[in-house]
Design a protein around this ligand. Structure first.
Ligand SMILES: *Cc1c(COP(=O)(O)O)cnc(C)c1O
Length: 381
């Protein structure tokens, strides 16, 4: 099997035979004509299938080691697609620090259809076992968590799911298939916000659902078509351009993030640094076991009120004050005042988020420039 860097470029064996175009052509056509009744070239309508999007889907399925993939309009559309596998009366177990948008979708939308969600601390697999009920139908895993970078033991939890024939889905957005491959750890479904590392250039929103079982492959294709969740060919073409450099970008993100984490970890004004690759991370052994790299996200705590945070952020030259992550450019943000405001103050504290917690998405700039930037910023507070 070719290595991930090769699969990112050659993950699909579909070739353009019309003009021998080396790169995948963009087919924005909404509809495809039939040569005669019942005979076409495998595509009839772009909501259900599109040749440009299909190359991206083949590539992501190959990177994750799945048998099928559907690319969706956003990461949230991918989550919606998976939740439509459920029916009224079902019970779902998930983490108490999952992506805020997924929490909102479960708690405020799907819960209205008589589906019950338990949001619990999944760092201990025994909590999951204790929450199992006769009607538990899905365990939703996200690891590492955002912004505290806590880990969930994918293999331990998918084993619990398997015993009870419950579906196990993993949101693999933070690691990308380059550093974490949930199917090898027992997952049934993988979801991505391709908006983040897979596209990697902060210029498109998109998502993906990857499966590795014929019944799920078929059901997800049906649901995404029936609900109209699929991605525009324009967007798919951009994501395809981005994903081809996934291996090189992830290596660079992780190498620079490790340097930044070590720098922050020894800084007198930084109270705590959170990065799965730091020796001080309480789950470093699990990180080494289930991830092949530690990613590009770093969080840290400083002693600061809103005014001080503002001073710090304003002093930075390269880190842009913005939500989102996974792009070529470094971003910095305050989970307390920005990305996690949909959580109650108590819920934020329970998750370990403090007013002085800062989250960084490390970009592809030179590590020394980024460290100098942080050094200057920290000197102003
Ligand atoms: C961003 C994100 C999502 C949602 O993706 P969108 O593309 O913004 O809809 C889901 N899960 C995680 C972990 C994310 O970071």
């Amino acid at each position: 099997m070719p290595r991930p860097a090769t699969r990112a470029v050659h993950g699909s064996d579909r070739k353009d035979t019309t003009f021998n175009s080396v790169m995948t052509p963009l087919y924005p056509s909404s509809t495809f004509y039939f040569d005669r009744l019942g005979e076409n070239k495998g595509f009839d309508y772009t909501r259900s299938g599109n040749p440009t999007r299909r190359v991206l889907e083949d590539t992501l399925a190959s990177l994750e080691g799945g048998s099928a993939c559907v690319c969706t309009a956003t990461g949230m559309a991918a989550v919606v697609g998976v939740l439509h596998l459920l029916k009224p009366g079902d019970h779902v177990i998930t983490g108490n620090d999952i992506y805020g948008g997924s929490y909102r979708l479960m708690h405020e939308v799907f819960s209205r259809y008589d589906i019950r969600f338990d949001f619990l601390d999944m760092t201990d697999p025994e909590n999951v076992r204790s929450a199992l009920a006769d009607n538990t139908a899905l365990i939703w895993i996200e690891t590492p968590s955002n912004p505290m970078l806590r880990l969930v033991d994918i293999q331990a939890i998918t084993a619990i799911a398997r015993e009870r024939q419950i579906l196990a889905a993993v949101d693999n957005t933070f690691m990308s298939p380059y550093f974490q491959r949930p199917f090898e750890l027992g997952a049934d479904i993988i979801v991505h916000s391709t908006t983040k590392y897979i596209n990697g250039h902060s210029d498109v929103v998109g998502g993906a659902i990857i499966t590795n079982r014929p019944d799920l492959d078929e059901r997800i294709a049906f649901i995404t078509n029936a609900c109209g969740l699929t991605e525009s060919p324009w967007d798919a073409w951009l994501v395809l351009r981005g994903v081809q450099s996934l291996a090189q970008r992830m290596e660079a993100h992780a190498a620079t993030a490790a340097k930044i984490a070590m720098y922050l970890n020894q800084h007198p004004k930084v109270k705590q640094t959170y990065y799965p690759g730091l020796e001080s991370h309480p789950q470093i052994d699990l990180a080494r076991k289930q991830m092949s790299g530690f990613g590009g996200m770093v969080s840290f705590d400083i002693e600061a009120d809103k005014g001080k945070l503002d001073t710090f952020f304003s002093a930075l030259r390269y880190f842009k004050l913005a939500e989102s992550l996974g792009g070529v450019e470094s971003l910095i943000e305050s989970p307390w005042y920005m990305s996690h405001t949909s959580m109650s103050e108590q819920a934020r504290r329970d998750a370990g988020i403090k007013p002085g917690t800062i989250r960084v998405s490390v970009g592809l700039e030179h590590a020394d420039d980024l460290i100098e930037d942080l050094e200057h910023g920290l000197s102003t507070i």
